[in-house]
Design a protein around this ligand. Sequence first.
Ligand SMILES: Cc1cc2nc3c(=O)[nH]c(=O)nc-3n(C[C@H](O)[C@H](O)[C@H](O)COP(=O)(O)OP(=O)(O)OC[C@H]3O[C@@H](n4cnc5c(N)ncnc54)[C@H](O)[C@@H]3O)c2cc1C
Length: 426
Amino acid sequence: MAHIVILGAGIGGMPAAYEMKDLCGPNDQVTVISDSPRFHFVPSNPWVAVNWRKRKDIELEIEPVLARKGIHAITQAAKRVHPEDNRIELLDGTMVDYDYLIIATGPKLAFDEVEGLGPNGFTHSVCHVSHAESTDWDGFTSEPGPIVVGAVQGASCFGPAYEFAMIMDTDLRRRKIRDKVPMTFVTSEPYIGHLGLGGVGDSKGLLESAMRDRHIKWICNAKTTKIEDGKMFVTEHDEDGNPKKEHELPFKYSMMLPAFKGVDAVFGIEGLTNPRGFITIDKHQRNAKYQNVFSVGVCVAIPPVEATPVPTGTPKTGYMIESMVTATVHNIRELMDGKQPTHEATWNTMCLADFGDTGACFVAVPQIPPRNVNWFGEGKWVHLAKVAFEKYFLRKMTKGVSEPFYEKMVMNALGIVKLKDKLTGK
Ligand SMILES: Cc1cc2nc3c(=O)[nH]c(=O)nc-3n(C[C@H](O)[C@H](O)[C@H](O)COP(=O)(O)OP(=O)(O)OC[C@H]3O[C@@H](n4cnc5c(N)ncnc54)[C@H](O)[C@@H]3O)c2cc1C
C-alpha cells in the first residue's frame, strides 16, 4: 500500500488528487493537505475585485468533494516538509508520513521586496481571493481618480495585470466615469505583450493596440522602487538595463502584481529548492535529491526564457500546470510498479485572457520558445469562453474529474496534448 500526499489544493493540487486516485489501487491512499478548507478558482479573482463575482461563486469546499472520491483531506497548513524523513509537519505539530509527495503549493507573494507594495502597503492585489474581495472598488468608483496597474520587477505572471487593466477599463466605461480615470500600466517587461515569454505570436502589436484603444499609457522596463500612499516611484530603464527616467506616478487606486517565491514550508531545503524557494525538478517533474518528491504548478523552478533589462520570470499557466500533473501521476504509478518514470509533460499552453467585454487567447506549443505553434488572437468569443471555462473547471472539481474524454478529444484535435510521445519525444 502506498500513501501519496499532495501539498496544496489549487489549480494543480486538485486535479493531481483526482488523477492520482484514478491510478491507485484499492489499498493505496491519497491525502490532500491544504491551508484552506476551500478551493478557489484563481483566474476569476480579477472579476471578484470589480464585484462581477462574489467569493462564493468561485470557491468550493474541498473535504466533501474529495471524500466522494475516497481522497482524504487535511485542512491545515504544512509548517515544514522534512523530505529526508518522508514526512510533513503540520502547523499543530502533527506529522504526516508519505511514500510519494506532490508539492503544489503555488507561490508565496513577495510583497516585502518593494516598500509599500501589497494589501499591507498601498496597492491592491488580485493574487488571492481574499485580496481581490477587499479592494473597495465601489468606494473608488464613487470618488474616482488615477489608476496605476501592472507588475513589478521579478514578476512572472503578467497576464492578470493586462486582464485587470482591461476589466477595470470596461467597468469604468459601463459606469460612464472612464473620463475621470487616467490609467498607466507599469511593467518590468521589456515591451508590451512580452508576458515573460518573449511574446507569443503578435502579442506585442495586439496588446499595444488594445491599450491604445483604451487610452491606457504604459511604461516598460520599469522597476518600482517605492510606493507611498497615493504615489508610486518608478525607474524606467533602457535596453541595456541602465536607468533612463524617473517617474512619480500619483494614484487613487493601484494593483501591482508582485514577484513570487517558494512558500515557507519548503524554503531553504538543501537539494529540494533553488535560492528563491522554487522546487527543482527534472524532465519527469521529480526532484533529483528526493526521488519520491514531485512538483507541479507555480512552485516549480523554471528559468526565465531570456534575460531582460529589468528581471522578469516565466509564467506557469493553467494547461501547462495540468500537463505537469498528468506526467507526475503517471510517473508515480510507474515508481509504485517498480519501474522508472518515463512520462514527460509537454508544457503546452492555451490561455484565455479576459478584457471585460472582449479578450485575447494564446496558444504556445510548447510554452517555452522556440515553439512549434505560436498564435495570439482577440475577440468577444474569448470573454464568453473564459466565463464558460470558469463554470466548467469548477464543475469538474466538484464532480472529481480532471480531464473528461471529450475535453481530451477537443484538445488533441487542436494539437494541444499533455504528454510527450515516448517514441518521438514530441
Ligand atoms: C490572478 C491570477 C489570474 C490567473 N489567471 C490565469 C488564467 O486565466 N489562465 C491561466 O492559464 N493561468 C492563470 N493564472 C496562472 C496560474 O494558472 C494560477 O496562478 C494557478 O492558480 C496556479 O496553480 P497552482 O496550483 O500552482 O497554485 P494555486 O492555485 O495558488 O494553489 C496552491 C494552493 O496551495 C496552498 N498552500 C500554499 N502553501 C501551503 C502550505 N504550507 N500548506 C498547505 N497548503 C498550502 C494555497 O493556499 C493554494 O490553495 C493566474 C494567476 C493569477 C495570480
